[in-house]
Write a protein that binds this ligand. Structure first.
Ligand SMILES: NC(=O)c1ccc[n+]([C@@H]2O[C@H](COP(=O)([O-])OP(=O)(O)OC[C@H]3O[C@@H](n4cnc5c(N)ncnc54)[C@H](OP(=O)(O)O)[C@@H]3O)[C@@H](O)[C@H]2O)c1
Length: 286
Protein backbone atom coordinates (compact mmCIF):
# COMPACT_ATOMS: atom_id res chain seq x y z
CA UNK A 1 0.00 0.00 0.00
CA UNK A 2 1.19 3.50 -0.87
CA UNK A 3 0.31 6.37 1.47
CA UNK A 4 -0.20 9.66 -0.40
CA UNK A 5 -0.25 13.06 1.28
CA UNK A 6 -1.54 16.11 -0.62
CA UNK A 7 -3.90 13.79 -2.50
CA UNK A 8 -6.65 16.43 -2.79
CA UNK A 9 -4.19 18.71 -4.61
CA UNK A 10 -2.74 18.71 -8.12
CA UNK A 11 0.44 16.64 -7.74
CA UNK A 12 -0.83 14.19 -5.12
CA UNK A 13 -4.02 13.66 -7.11
CA UNK A 14 -2.14 12.90 -10.33
CA UNK A 15 0.18 10.57 -8.47
CA UNK A 16 -2.65 8.66 -6.79
CA UNK A 17 -4.56 8.27 -10.06
CA UNK A 18 -1.43 6.81 -11.70
CA UNK A 19 -1.04 4.27 -8.89
CA UNK A 20 -4.74 3.36 -8.94
CA UNK A 21 -4.67 2.94 -12.74
CA UNK A 22 -1.85 0.41 -12.25
CA UNK A 23 -4.06 -1.50 -9.80
CA UNK A 24 -1.97 -0.56 -6.78
CA UNK A 25 -3.48 0.03 -3.33
CA UNK A 26 -3.51 3.65 -2.13
CA UNK A 27 -4.14 5.19 1.27
CA UNK A 28 -5.39 8.76 0.88
CA UNK A 29 -4.00 10.96 3.64
CA UNK A 30 -6.29 13.99 3.97
CA UNK A 31 -6.48 16.78 6.50
CA UNK A 32 -10.19 17.32 5.91
CA UNK A 33 -12.11 14.06 6.02
CA UNK A 34 -14.97 15.66 4.10
CA UNK A 35 -12.68 15.85 1.06
CA UNK A 36 -11.96 12.09 1.17
CA UNK A 37 -15.19 10.81 -0.41
CA UNK A 38 -14.05 10.85 -4.08
CA UNK A 39 -10.93 8.90 -3.10
CA UNK A 40 -12.89 6.38 -1.08
CA UNK A 41 -15.13 5.94 -4.13
CA UNK A 42 -12.01 5.12 -6.18
CA UNK A 43 -11.13 2.38 -3.71
CA UNK A 44 -8.58 4.17 -1.51
CA UNK A 45 -8.17 3.55 2.18
CA UNK A 46 -8.61 6.84 4.05
CA UNK A 47 -6.47 8.31 6.83
CA UNK A 48 -6.80 11.73 8.38
CA UNK A 49 -3.71 13.77 9.27
CA UNK A 50 -2.43 17.30 9.12
CA UNK A 51 1.18 17.59 8.00
CA UNK A 52 2.04 19.13 11.40
CA UNK A 53 0.62 16.18 13.39
CA UNK A 54 3.30 13.56 13.99
CA UNK A 55 1.05 11.00 15.69
CA UNK A 56 -1.66 11.15 13.01
CA UNK A 57 0.95 10.97 10.23
CA UNK A 58 2.62 7.95 11.87
CA UNK A 59 -0.73 6.16 11.96
CA UNK A 60 -1.38 7.14 8.33
CA UNK A 61 2.03 5.78 7.24
CA UNK A 62 1.77 2.53 9.24
CA UNK A 63 2.28 -0.55 7.04
CA UNK A 64 3.01 1.49 3.88
CA UNK A 65 5.34 0.09 1.27
CA UNK A 66 5.94 3.64 0.08
CA UNK A 67 5.01 7.11 1.30
CA UNK A 68 4.67 10.29 -0.75
CA UNK A 69 5.35 13.49 1.16
CA UNK A 70 3.92 16.71 -0.22
CA UNK A 71 5.15 19.62 1.92
CA UNK A 72 2.35 22.22 1.99
CA UNK A 73 3.04 25.51 0.20
CA UNK A 74 3.64 28.50 2.47
CA UNK A 75 4.03 31.60 0.30
CA UNK A 76 4.47 34.14 3.11
CA UNK A 77 6.51 32.36 5.78
CA UNK A 78 7.73 34.00 8.95
CA UNK A 79 11.45 34.59 9.33
CA UNK A 80 13.22 31.31 10.13
CA UNK A 81 10.45 29.34 8.38
CA UNK A 82 8.68 28.01 11.52
CA UNK A 83 5.75 26.70 9.41
CA UNK A 84 8.07 24.47 7.36
CA UNK A 85 9.93 23.44 10.52
CA UNK A 86 6.68 22.21 12.12
CA UNK A 87 5.97 20.03 9.08
CA UNK A 88 9.54 18.74 8.93
CA UNK A 89 9.54 17.79 12.62
CA UNK A 90 6.19 16.00 12.35
CA UNK A 91 7.06 14.16 9.12
CA UNK A 92 10.47 13.11 10.46
CA UNK A 93 9.00 11.76 13.71
CA UNK A 94 6.23 9.95 11.82
CA UNK A 95 8.66 8.30 9.39
CA UNK A 96 10.90 7.13 12.21
CA UNK A 97 7.91 5.64 14.02
CA UNK A 98 6.10 4.06 11.04
CA UNK A 99 9.24 2.98 9.12
CA UNK A 100 7.74 2.74 5.61
CA UNK A 101 9.96 0.84 3.16
CA UNK A 102 10.67 3.93 1.03
CA UNK A 103 9.74 7.59 0.66
CA UNK A 104 9.41 10.05 -2.23
CA UNK A 105 9.33 13.67 -1.07
CA UNK A 106 8.34 16.51 -3.39
CA UNK A 107 11.00 19.21 -3.39
CA UNK A 108 11.80 21.87 -5.97
CA UNK A 109 14.21 23.09 -8.59
CA UNK A 110 16.84 25.12 -6.76
CA UNK A 111 16.58 23.30 -3.42
CA UNK A 112 20.39 23.28 -3.41
CA UNK A 113 20.60 27.10 -3.53
CA UNK A 114 22.48 28.61 -0.61
CA UNK A 115 20.83 32.06 -0.69
CA UNK A 116 17.80 32.30 1.58
CA UNK A 117 14.52 32.49 -0.35
CA UNK A 118 11.04 30.93 -0.40
CA UNK A 119 12.48 27.61 -1.58
CA UNK A 120 14.76 27.38 1.47
CA UNK A 121 11.78 25.61 3.02
CA UNK A 122 12.52 22.67 0.69
CA UNK A 123 16.27 22.88 1.34
CA UNK A 124 15.38 22.37 5.00
CA UNK A 125 13.20 19.31 4.43
CA UNK A 126 15.84 17.74 2.19
CA UNK A 127 18.50 18.22 4.88
CA UNK A 128 16.24 16.72 7.57
CA UNK A 129 14.92 13.75 5.60
CA UNK A 130 18.39 12.75 4.39
CA UNK A 131 18.84 11.49 7.97
CA UNK A 132 15.89 9.09 7.75
CA UNK A 133 16.62 5.36 7.96
CA UNK A 134 14.76 4.37 4.76
CA UNK A 135 15.51 4.96 1.03
CA UNK A 136 14.60 8.56 0.17
CA UNK A 137 13.97 10.28 -3.17
CA UNK A 138 13.69 14.04 -3.55
CA UNK A 139 11.78 14.95 -6.69
CA UNK A 140 12.73 18.46 -7.81
CA UNK A 141 10.37 19.75 -10.50
CA UNK A 142 10.70 23.05 -12.33
CA UNK A 143 8.24 25.96 -12.14
CA UNK A 144 4.69 24.60 -12.40
CA UNK A 145 2.91 25.51 -15.65
CA UNK A 146 -0.22 25.76 -13.49
CA UNK A 147 1.19 28.95 -11.91
CA UNK A 148 -0.17 30.62 -15.07
CA UNK A 149 -3.67 30.17 -13.59
CA UNK A 150 -3.12 33.64 -12.05
CA UNK A 151 -2.78 35.13 -15.55
CA UNK A 152 -5.92 33.70 -17.16
CA UNK A 153 -8.30 36.57 -16.38
CA UNK A 154 -5.84 39.28 -17.35
CA UNK A 155 -4.82 37.49 -20.58
CA UNK A 156 -8.45 36.94 -21.56
CA UNK A 157 -9.82 40.35 -20.55
CA UNK A 158 -6.84 42.72 -21.13
CA UNK A 159 -4.48 40.77 -23.39
CA UNK A 160 -1.80 41.09 -20.71
CA UNK A 161 0.43 38.69 -18.77
CA UNK A 162 2.18 40.61 -15.97
CA UNK A 163 5.47 38.84 -15.40
CA UNK A 164 7.88 38.63 -12.49
CA UNK A 165 10.02 36.23 -14.52
CA UNK A 166 12.38 38.44 -16.50
CA UNK A 167 13.67 39.06 -19.10
CA UNK A 168 10.54 38.12 -20.98
CA UNK A 169 12.35 36.00 -23.56
CA UNK A 170 14.37 33.97 -21.04
CA UNK A 171 13.35 30.29 -21.13
CA UNK A 172 12.60 28.86 -17.68
CA UNK A 173 12.30 25.14 -16.82
CA UNK A 174 8.57 24.54 -16.37
CA UNK A 175 6.54 21.36 -15.95
CA UNK A 176 2.91 20.27 -15.75
CA UNK A 177 1.73 18.91 -12.41
CA UNK A 178 0.33 15.90 -14.32
CA UNK A 179 3.91 15.00 -15.24
CA UNK A 180 5.11 15.62 -11.67
CA UNK A 181 2.48 13.27 -10.25
CA UNK A 182 3.09 10.60 -12.88
CA UNK A 183 6.86 10.64 -12.37
CA UNK A 184 6.44 10.59 -8.59
CA UNK A 185 4.27 7.47 -8.95
CA UNK A 186 6.93 5.81 -11.09
CA UNK A 187 9.66 6.70 -8.61
CA UNK A 188 7.64 5.30 -5.70
CA UNK A 189 7.42 1.92 -7.46
CA UNK A 190 11.19 1.67 -7.99
CA UNK A 191 13.70 0.13 -5.59
CA UNK A 192 16.81 2.11 -4.64
CA UNK A 193 19.14 2.55 -1.70
CA UNK A 194 20.14 5.66 0.20
CA UNK A 195 19.14 9.14 -0.95
CA UNK A 196 18.64 10.19 -4.56
CA UNK A 197 17.65 13.44 -6.25
CA UNK A 198 15.55 13.42 -9.42
CA UNK A 199 15.07 16.65 -11.37
CA UNK A 200 12.15 17.10 -13.76
CA UNK A 201 11.04 19.61 -16.39
CA UNK A 202 8.56 19.70 -19.25
CA UNK A 203 9.09 18.98 -22.95
CA UNK A 204 10.63 22.42 -23.52
CA UNK A 205 11.70 25.47 -21.54
CA UNK A 206 9.21 28.33 -21.61
CA UNK A 207 9.55 32.10 -21.38
CA UNK A 208 6.87 34.60 -20.31
CA UNK A 209 6.57 35.47 -24.03
CA UNK A 210 5.78 31.80 -24.74
CA UNK A 211 3.03 31.86 -22.10
CA UNK A 212 1.51 35.02 -23.64
CA UNK A 213 1.66 33.43 -27.12
CA UNK A 214 -0.11 30.30 -25.87
CA UNK A 215 -2.88 32.42 -24.30
CA UNK A 216 -3.18 34.35 -27.59
CA UNK A 217 -3.80 31.09 -29.46
CA UNK A 218 -6.33 29.93 -26.87
CA UNK A 219 -8.29 33.20 -26.64
CA UNK A 220 -7.90 34.13 -30.32
CA UNK A 221 -6.73 37.64 -29.42
CA UNK A 222 -3.37 39.41 -29.05
CA UNK A 223 -1.78 38.77 -25.66
CA UNK A 224 1.59 40.12 -24.61
CA UNK A 225 3.77 39.75 -21.53
CA UNK A 226 4.87 42.82 -19.58
CA UNK A 227 7.52 42.89 -16.86
CA UNK A 228 6.44 44.05 -13.40
CA UNK A 229 9.32 46.39 -12.42
CA UNK A 230 11.28 44.92 -9.53
CA UNK A 231 10.95 48.14 -7.52
CA UNK A 232 7.17 47.60 -7.50
CA UNK A 233 7.27 44.05 -6.15
CA UNK A 234 7.54 44.78 -2.43
CA UNK A 235 4.76 47.42 -2.22
CA UNK A 236 2.61 45.28 -4.50
CA UNK A 237 3.07 42.09 -2.45
CA UNK A 238 2.44 44.03 0.77
CA UNK A 239 -0.74 45.52 -0.72
CA UNK A 240 -1.83 41.94 -1.44
CA UNK A 241 -1.45 41.12 2.26
CA UNK A 242 2.03 39.58 2.43
CA UNK A 243 3.90 40.27 5.66
CA UNK A 244 7.33 38.94 4.62
CA UNK A 245 7.56 39.50 0.85
CA UNK A 246 11.36 39.27 0.87
CA UNK A 247 11.38 35.46 0.65
CA UNK A 248 9.24 35.48 -2.49
CA UNK A 249 11.21 38.37 -3.99
CA UNK A 250 14.46 36.51 -3.46
CA UNK A 251 13.00 33.39 -5.08
CA UNK A 252 12.05 35.42 -8.16
CA UNK A 253 15.53 36.98 -8.16
CA UNK A 254 16.94 33.46 -8.06
CA UNK A 255 15.09 32.42 -11.21
CA UNK A 256 15.91 35.70 -12.97
CA UNK A 257 19.57 35.78 -11.93
CA UNK A 258 20.08 32.06 -12.56
CA UNK A 259 21.03 30.86 -9.08
CA UNK A 260 17.78 28.90 -8.86
CA UNK A 261 18.26 26.20 -11.47
CA UNK A 262 18.71 22.47 -11.77
CA UNK A 263 21.76 21.13 -9.98
CA UNK A 264 22.92 18.33 -12.23
CA UNK A 265 22.92 16.68 -15.65
CA UNK A 266 20.22 14.17 -16.56
CA UNK A 267 17.06 16.18 -15.88
CA UNK A 268 14.02 14.03 -16.76
CA UNK A 269 11.59 15.50 -19.33
CA UNK A 270 7.84 15.20 -19.02
CA UNK A 271 5.43 15.02 -21.95
CA UNK A 272 2.61 17.47 -21.15
CA UNK A 273 2.93 20.79 -22.99
CA UNK A 274 1.90 24.28 -21.90
CA UNK A 275 -1.04 24.67 -24.24
CA UNK A 276 -2.63 21.46 -22.93
CA UNK A 277 -2.32 22.73 -19.34
CA UNK A 278 -3.64 26.22 -20.16
CA UNK A 279 -6.58 24.92 -22.23
CA UNK A 280 -7.55 22.60 -19.38
CA UNK A 281 -7.39 25.38 -16.76
CA UNK A 282 -9.28 27.82 -19.00
CA UNK A 283 -12.05 25.30 -19.67
CA UNK A 284 -12.41 24.56 -15.96
CA UNK A 285 -12.62 28.29 -15.12
CA UNK A 286 -15.25 28.92 -17.83
N1 LIG B 1 4.23 26.04 -7.84
C1 LIG B 1 5.43 25.70 -8.31
O1 LIG B 1 5.92 26.28 -9.30
C2 LIG B 1 6.20 24.58 -7.66
C3 LIG B 1 7.40 24.16 -8.20
C4 LIG B 1 8.12 23.11 -7.60
C5 LIG B 1 7.61 22.51 -6.46
N2 LIG B 1 6.41 22.95 -5.94
C6 LIG B 1 5.89 22.30 -4.73
O2 LIG B 1 4.65 21.71 -5.03
C7 LIG B 1 3.89 21.59 -3.83
C8 LIG B 1 2.47 22.03 -4.10
O3 LIG B 1 1.87 21.01 -4.87
P1 LIG B 1 0.42 21.16 -5.53
O4 LIG B 1 0.46 22.26 -6.54
O5 LIG B 1 -0.04 19.83 -5.92
O6 LIG B 1 -0.40 21.73 -4.27
P2 LIG B 1 -1.97 22.01 -4.16
O7 LIG B 1 -2.68 21.65 -5.43
O8 LIG B 1 -2.10 23.38 -3.62
O9 LIG B 1 -2.41 20.95 -3.05
C9 LIG B 1 -1.91 21.04 -1.75
C10 LIG B 1 -2.28 19.76 -1.01
O10 LIG B 1 -1.70 19.77 0.29
C11 LIG B 1 -2.76 19.66 1.26
N3 LIG B 1 -2.38 20.42 2.44
C12 LIG B 1 -2.08 21.74 2.50
N4 LIG B 1 -1.74 22.08 3.75
C13 LIG B 1 -1.83 20.94 4.49
C14 LIG B 1 -1.62 20.64 5.86
N5 LIG B 1 -1.23 21.59 6.73
N6 LIG B 1 -1.80 19.36 6.28
C15 LIG B 1 -2.21 18.40 5.41
N7 LIG B 1 -2.42 18.62 4.10
C16 LIG B 1 -2.25 19.88 3.66
C17 LIG B 1 -3.99 20.19 0.57
O11 LIG B 1 -5.14 19.71 1.22
P3 LIG B 1 -6.57 20.48 1.14
O12 LIG B 1 -7.21 19.96 -0.13
O13 LIG B 1 -7.26 20.05 2.37
O14 LIG B 1 -6.27 21.94 1.05
C18 LIG B 1 -3.80 19.60 -0.82
O15 LIG B 1 -4.08 18.23 -0.85
C19 LIG B 1 4.63 22.40 -2.76
O16 LIG B 1 5.37 21.52 -1.95
C20 LIG B 1 5.57 23.27 -3.58
O17 LIG B 1 6.75 23.61 -2.90
C21 LIG B 1 5.70 23.95 -6.51
Amino acid sequence: MYAVTGITGKVGGALAKTLLAAGLPVRAVVRDIERAAPWAALGCQIASARMEDAAALAAAFEGAKGVFILPPSEFDPEHGFPEARAVIDAVSAALVKARPAKVVCLSTIGAQATQVNLLTQRTMIEVALRKMPMPMTFLRPGWFMENAAWDIASARDSGLVASYLQPLDKPVPMVATADVGRVAAELLQQDWTGTRVVELEGPQRLSPNDIAAAFARIFGRPVHAEPVPRAHWEPLFRSQGMKHPQHRIRMLDGFNEGWIDFEREGVIQGHVDLETVLRDMVSRQA
